[in-house]
Structures are given as structure tokens and as C-alpha cells.
Design a protein around this ligand. Structure first.
Ligand code: NAI
Length: 330
């Protein structure tokens, strides 16, 4: 019995994500909230013959609170994506995520919260700050969704190996953060090693492709927005792991951008590896019924990967510190 909620459910990511959650057999209730169109999306999805009872709400008459009541897991893809004319996602999305976080803190403070809205490096700290103000912050239950970086890395590595049928089984840890140079694929730890003939300049090109994979989609969509379908797939994959964990499944591991207080022991090792006292970082985490059970350190890195981490840390620090002086505009 799991109630899943999508905030921003009528959007490019929200709709296919809601569809995929509707097909998750463990989901028995699906709550959809957006500022437009959710009754229509909910009516449409409600005809699919799977267990979840679907309800869609809009802001009037306490729609957000109605959607969130009883939520076990809340996924947030609300906000503007990259497109022409939108230069600062933080400026717009920080406010949207802030207000939704207030709703969660007051109505579903124990829910697992999965943040998709960009810039994830900063929107996750925004949610944490709101929860702290409301006295309900539990770092084990807050996740920045970085799965799309992992999905892209798996696909691109399978392409290089020359066998796309292997892509669902290719696992590449992607750590750091979730934008540009903060995205650090640990290709040396790929479950399917790259061919030994793979030259260092090819490795650099592959790393850049994973870091800036989103640009390929933005360019191809030619002004219409950023990744939606692949993001919905990735979001549903991560949400399914969290839902399985809620149902008591153990040993589930996935990278996620988390507050490092979620596991202080694991974080102490990780902080030594990265050489900085950061509060947030994306790394493999073990997820269990209480949320983050374990923060898994990076392990053995190549010199090239150490350089990538060193380049990611200052940018990540700026993205996190930005939130400390954030004031919600009235
Ligand atoms: P979209 O514009 O298609 O959909 C966003 C939805 O949010 C719209 O339906 C809009 O009405 C809704 N919304 C706006 N303000 C709201 C509010 N206050 N409450 C509830 N809903 C609200 O955008 P798209 O393409 O779905 O992207 C959504 C977000 O996801 C963007 O911030 C984008 O940058 C991010 N994203 C994150 C990725 C990741 O890997 N974490 C990958 C791709 C996109």
C-alpha cells in the first residue's frame, strides 16, 4: 500500500512519470498536483487497469494539501526547464520548490521526497532548509534525482561496447552533483569495462558527453524544452527503488544527491576522499525502509577521476552556498 504523489504532474516530465508510476504494481494511490490540467491527466490515467487509484488536484480549495495527505513518496518535477529566454532556472524554480516543500512539511512531513526540479544541486538544499524551519528535516528521506546521468552513462557505454541489449545491465556510478562539471562518471568502476583500446581522449569525450548529455536533447528539441521522456524513465526507475525499499526490500543501491548527515560514518570517509567538508554530494547510497541506510564512499579512483572530482567541488560548493542567502521573494 503506497501512496505516490507527483508535484508538477501535468508537465513534460510529470505526465510520463505519472504514467510509469501508475504502472508500478506497488502503488495503490497516485496523487497528482499541478497549477494546470491535473484533473484531465488523472481522469486519463485512471482508466488504466492497474491498482493505483488516481486523483488530480489544482491549487484552489487546498489542492496541494489534498494531494499530499497520506503520501509515502513525493516526486517533484515542477518548474521551468531550460529553454530560450530562461537564463536562470534557480531564480524561478527555487520559489516553486520552496512553496511545495512548505506543503510537504505541513501535510506529509514523513514522506520520502525526490527532487527532480533543476538546479538539483540547489533545489535539494532549498527543500532541506524549509524542512529545518518546520522542524521536520530528516536527511535520510530527501533525495536529489540524478538517475538520468546514470541512465545516460549506461546507454553510452553500451553503445561503445557495441551491444545496446546490455545497456539495462550496465552500471556506472555517477557522483558529485547534477549539472555540467559537477557530474562525475566513474567509468573505471563500470560493471562493463570499456575496451582496453579506449584511448584517453575518447574517455574525455565520453565523460563530457555524459556531463552535457542534456544539451543534446535541448538542441534537438530546438526551443521546446529539455529531456522529459528519458527523465520520466529515470525518475520512475529511482522512485521504484525507493518504493521497493519502503516495502521492506533490502540492499538497494543507487546514486543520489543527498545531505551527508544521512549517514555520518559513511560521509566521514567520503569527505576525506573529496577533500572538503561539503553538506551535499551525490554518491551511491543504500536505501532501506527508513531511507538512506548507508552512504557509500567513492572507492578507488583513477588520477583522471580525481581531477574531475577536484573540478566539481568548487562549483558544487557555490551551488550549495547560494541557498544559505536565499530569501523567498514575496
Ligand atoms: P514543464 O514546463 O514541461 O513542466 C513543469 C510543470 O510544472 C508544468 O506543468 C507547470 O505547470 C508545473 N508547475 C509550475 N509551477 C508549479 C507549482 N508552483 N506547483 C505545481 N506545479 C507547477 O517542464 P519539464 O520539462 O517537465 O521539467 C521540469 C523540471 O525538471 C525542470 O526544472 C527541469 O529543468 C527539470 N529536469 C530535471 C532533470 C534531472 O535529471 N533531475 C532532467 C530534466 C529536467
Amino acid at each position: 500500500m503506497v501512496k505516490a504523489v507527483v508535484l508538477g504532474a501535468a508537465g513534460g516530465i510529470g505526465q510520463p512519470l505519472a504514467l510509469l508510476l501508475k504502472t508500478n504494481p506497488r502503488v495503490t494511490e497516485l496523487g497528482l498536483f499541478d497549477i494546470v490540467n491535473t484533473p484531465g491527466v488523472a481522469a486519463d490515467l485512471s482508466h488504466i487497469a492497474t491498482p493505483a487509484k488516481v486523483e488530480g488536484y489544482l491549487p484552489p480549495d487546498d489542492g496541494l494539501a489534498k494531494t499530499l495527505t497520506g503520501a509515502d513518496i513525493v516526486v517533484i518535477p515542477a518548474g521551468v526547464p531550460r529553454k530560450p529566454g530562461v537564463h536562470d532556472l534557480f531564480k524561478i524554480n527555487a520559489g516553486i520548490v520552496h512553496d511545495l516543500a512548505v506543503g510537504i512539511a505541513t501535510t506529509a512531513p514523513k514522506a520520502f521526497v525526490l527532487v527532480i526540479s533543476n538546479p538539483v544541486n540547489s533545489t535539494v538544499p532549498i527543500v532541506a532548509e524549509v524542512f529545518k524551519k518546520h522542524g521536520v528535516f530528516n536527511p535520510k528521506r530527501l533525495f536529489g534525482v540524478t538517475t538520468l546521468d546514470v541512465v545516460r552513462a549506461s546507454t553510452f557505454v553500451a553503445e561503445i561496447i557495441g551491444d545496446l541489449s546490455k545497456s539495462p545491465n550496465v552500471v556506472v556510478p555517477v557522483v558529485g552533483g547534477h549539472s555540467g562539471v559537477t557530474i562525475v562518471p566513474l567509468l573505471s568502476q563500470s560493471s562493463h569495462p570499456l575496451p582496453s583500446s579506449f584511448a584517453s581522449e575518447k574517455l574525455e569525450a565520453l565523460t563530457t558527453r555524459i556531463q552535457f548529455g542534456g544539451d543534446e536533447v535541448v538542441k534537438a528539441k530546438d526551443g521546446a524544452g529539455s529531456a522529459t521522456l528519458s527523465m520520466a524513465y529515470a525518475g520512475a526507475e529511482f522512485a521504484a527503488k525507493v518504493i521497493d525499499a519502503l516495502a521492506g526490500k533490502k540492499g538497494l543501491v543507487a546514486p543520489s544527491y543527498v545531505h551527508l548527515d544521512a549517514d555520518k560514518e559513511g560521509a566521514a570517509v567520503l569527505k576525506k576522499e573529496i577533500g572538503k567538508e561539503l553538506d551535499y554530494f551525490s554518491t551511491n547510497v543504500e536505501i532501506g525502509p527508513n531511507g538512506v541506510e548507508r552512504i557509500i564512499p567513492l572507492g578507488k579512483l583513477t588520477e583522471y577521476e580525481k581531477g574531475l572530482i577536484a573540478a566539481a567541488v568548487p562549483e558544487l560548493t557555490t551551488n550549495i552556498e547560494k541557498v544559505s542567502c536565499y530569501q523567498r521573494p514575496r
